[in-house]
Design a protein around this ligand. Structure first.
Ligand code: NI
Length: 388
């Protein structure tokens, strides 16, 4: 482990910031307190601050040496989740029903720590953009920042993201080239039959039976229609229909999510679903209304920047502690929108094994990794923007 003494010395302060943010979680585009906290710290460090990008987003600009040398963007997310915290930690959420259950409090803190350290050390030549984005969890804050001109206003050549990852050992980082997180699309289907008396099914068209058949048939998309080497998940997560034990419902609604990595697979899902649903309905004389909405695209790491990210992580954690060929995750991440615009890389920073998973009410960010995250960010900057 290669943690600079100046960074190690920040550990207590970082822990304090992290717990302060943790106690005051805010949901997508409501991150006003967090955004104030971030902006105030950046100003304290003498960093140029830009606010109001995607409502509550903040960008800090730090120049050193030759500011026209390399420009690099480092991104953290700030939002919390609508979860009732159950950790009983002394710094637990003070806001009922809201919780930092994904560690974005830690991500914000680690990027602030890097901003503090780099603003003091100035050991780089170029421009660093510290991007604090709102609404990662569901609202696409990354997309809104891109739409509001993030890359035109702050002309970075490449952009980097990091997520803490329970289940990976502390002191280990993992990444891979290509898709790391999946595209996430949602669907909602209303199946209409002919409602009637449950004792006289021959007089109706049974939407419950049609739905069951349709839900099973949808699983053939992943198993029979897609290249087995190109992962696809289709999950039906909601079925709503019926109010009585003796009535066949007129309508049943099903909804769920589809996850893919490649454009081919993503483009194939919607028509395949329509074909199956319409076919099953037609077989029984029912009909269907189908809605399919595209959500976050796949998060795709570029090869060169992933090599640079892995090298920076290895400089901090040691060569043997960086996994270069991690399995991708079918979860999604709206850093994807930034990686559609600029080359870059997203890495997972191990948060320890045997800890509560992300989005669990028992999840608690591991404060031990705060100096590791700060050191990764600073190593990345010092590697890519070498001082003259
Ligand atoms: Ni997250």
């Amino acid at each position: 482990m290669n943690i600079k003494p100046e960074v190690a010395a920040l550990h207590d302060e970082l822990t304090q910031w992290r717990r302060e943010i943790h106690a005051h979680p805010e949901l997508a585009f409501e991150e006003t307190r967090t955004s104030d906290f971030v902006a105030q710290k950046l100003e304290e460090f003498g960093i140029e601050v830009h606010r109001g990008i995607a409502h509550t987003g903040v960008v800090g600009v730090l120049r050193s040496g030759d500011p026209d040398a390399e420009h690099i963007g480092l991104r953290a997310d700030m939002d919390a989740l609508p979860i009732e915290e159950q950790t009983n930690a002394e710094y637990s959420s003070r806001i009922p029903g809201k919780m930092h259950a994904c560690g974005h409090d830690g991500h914000t803190t680690m990027l602030l720590g890097a901003a503090k350290h780099l603003s003091r050390s100035g050991r780089f030549s170029g421009t660093v953009y510290f991007i604090f984005q709102p609404g990662e969890e569901s609202a696409g804050g990354g997309r809104v920042m891109v739409e509001e001109g993030l890359f035109e206003r702050f002309p970075m050549r490449s952009v980097y993201g990091m997520h803490n990852w329970p289940g990976i050992q502390t002191g280990v980082a993992a990444t891979l080239t290509g898709p790391v997180m999946a595209a996430s699309d949602t669907f909602s289907i209303t199946i209409t039959g002919k409602g009637g008396h449950a004792a006289m099914p021959h007089q109706g068209i049974d939407t419950v039976m049609v739905t069951c058949e349709a839900v099973g048939a949808l699983q053939t998309i992943a198993s029979r229609n897609c290249d087995p080497a190109d992962p696809v998940v289709v999950s039906v997560t909601q079925i709503h229909g019926g109010d009585a034990t003796n009535v066949i419902p007129q309508q049943v609604n099903i909804a769920g999510t589809a996850r893919t990595f490649s454009k081919n697979a993503r483009d194939m899902i919607e028509p395949a679903m329509r074909r199956i649903i319409n076919g099953v309905c037609a077989a029984h004389g029912a009909s269907a209304e189908f809605e399919f909405e595209r959500g976050y695209p796949a998060t795709v790491n570029s090869a060169h920047e992933t090599t640079l990210a892995a090298r920076a992580a290895a400089r901090v954690l040691g060569d043997g502690n960086v996994i270069h060929d991690m399995n991708p995750c079918m979860g999604s991440e709206d850093f994807a929108y930034m990686l559609e615009e600029r080359p870059g890389s997203y890495i997972w920073l191990g948060a320890g094994e045997g800890r509560a998973q992300l989005h669990s009410p028992h999840y608690d960010f591991n404060d031990e990794i705060l100096p590791l995250g700060v050191s990764y960010w600073t190593a990345l900057v010092e590697d890519q923007l070498p001082a003259e």
